[in-house]
Each structure stands twice: as C-alpha cells, then as structure tokens.
Design a protein around this ligand. Structure first.
Ligand code: PRP
Ligand code: URA
Length: 209
C-alpha cells in the first residue's frame, strides 16, 4: 500500500528478534530500541531536501549538498515512543522535540490523552512521530489528530512492530502520512497485544510492570 513502508533491512530484523526475546533485559532492550530508532530515522529522513553550497576543500572550492534548513520536530508518544527519540536525534541534533502523552485503557483499549506539548511553528515542520508499537492504531490516530489540530501538516509515523489491523486503521484515518514499520506481525490477541510482538514496550524499556 502506498505510504506504508516496511523495512526489510537485516540489521533491523536482527535487532527486532532480540527485542522479541522475553529474556532480553531492560538495559539491552532500551539500547536496541534506540538503535532501531536511528536506523529507521535514517530511512524516514532519506527524502530531506538539500541545497548546493560552496565549500572550500583543502584542494579547491566545490559545490556540495547540505540539508536545506528544513525545520524538524520529533514527537514521541509517551511513554514507549521516548525510547526511539535519541536514535533519531543523533541524526538531526538540531530538531525540536514535542511530547504527546497517551495511554491505552486496559479494558476498552481506547486511547486517553494526558499531555501535549509541541514545538512552535509546527505547521512549518516535518514531524516524525515515534512509538515502537502500533497495535489497534488508536494511540497513533489520536496523536496525529492532535498534531493536525495544532496545525501540523507534514507528518511521518515510525513504529518498530505493527499489527495489520493498526496499520489499516491508521492509513484509513490519515492516508496522507507515511508509516514506517520495522515489521508487520500476524495479528492482535483478545487483549489487543500484538502477536508474536514483544510484550509491553513501555514496561520493557523502563523496567516497570
Ligand atoms: C502502548 C504503545 C502504544 C500503544 C499501542 O502504549 O507504546 O502507544 O500502546 O496500542 P494501540 O495501537 O492499540 O493504541 P501504552 O498505552 O501501553 O502506554 P505506555 O507507553 O505508557 O506504556
Ligand atoms: N502496546 C504494547 O506495548 N504492546 C502491544 O503488543 C500492544 C500495545
């Protein structure tokens, strides 16, 4: 489907397998989520505009491409999206960072928003929303609804593991945004957890239960 990009890179697939393992501890889990954030960010930012600038090399003066000053915002969905933030920031350290707090009700699986703070001039920015898990799609749709209400237009969403149901729902709600996923898993279970998945991403990143 247009606008849905599933990465097949062996490094990302390998790292996802380590995340899936229930014996992977908090420290290693957190480090790998960070690395995948960087690798997926590299792909999601591959269409950043550049402009030719004059550079004096030790040999001569040449024209060479540099980023065209595009304003960027990275917006993790709290909590688990925070795990991917530093990986993306390491590629674009001058990006501004917004935060959207959303949790899923354990019974209804409906998203509940509890925090939103976005950088200024949001309508002029390329916005990268991060969340390792796209399950029913409710949290991602709510976050992107909110960003659009506040003026955001140019939005990409990055998640490590997605359920087919969540991708479909997110794409139907926001067909204009590009969705980058590390792997599309089989299905959701009755508790709306992704199967085979990796469990509760927030708890595994932060060591909570
Ligand atoms: C998880 C995950 C997503 C959401 C995905 O967050 O990080 O935000 O669930 O589920 P959905 O697609 O069905 O909405 P959770 O609500 O567990 O909050 P947490 O990150 O604070 O643990
Ligand atoms: N949130 C998670 O952290 N994991 C899932 O499998 C579904 C939602």
């Amino acid at each position: 489907m247009e606008n849905i990009i599933e990465t097949n890179h062996p490094l990302i697939q390998h790292k996802i397998s380590v995340l899936r393992n229930k014996n992977t501890g908090t420290n290693e889990f957190r480090g790998i989520v960070d690395e995948i954030g960087m690798l997926m960010g590299y792909e999601a930012l591959s269409d950043l505009p550049t402009q030719m600038v004059e550079v004096d090399t030790p040999i001569e003066t040449c024209l060479s491409p540099m980023l065209a000053g595009k304003k960027l915002a990275i917006v993790p969905i709290l909590r688990a999206g925070l795990g991917m933030l530093n990986g993306v920031l390491s590629l674009v350290p001058s990006a501004k960072v917004g935060h959207i707090g959303i949790y899923r009700d354990e019974e209804t699986h409906e998203p509940h928003e509890y925090f939103c703070k976005l950088p200024s001039h949001i309508s002029e920015r390329l916005i990268i929303v991060t969340d390792p898990m796209l399950a029913t799609g409710g949290s991602a749709i709510a976050a992107i609804d909110l960003i659009k209400q506040k003026g955001g237009k140019n939005i990409k969403f990055m998640s490590i593991i997605a359920a087919p149901e969540g991708i479909k729902k997110l794409h139907e709600a926001h067909p204009d945004i590009q969705i980058y996923v590390g792997h599309i898993d089989r299905e959701l279970n009755k508790d709306a957890y992704i199967c085979p998945g990796l469990g509760d991403a927030g708890d595994r990143i932060f060591g909570t239960k």
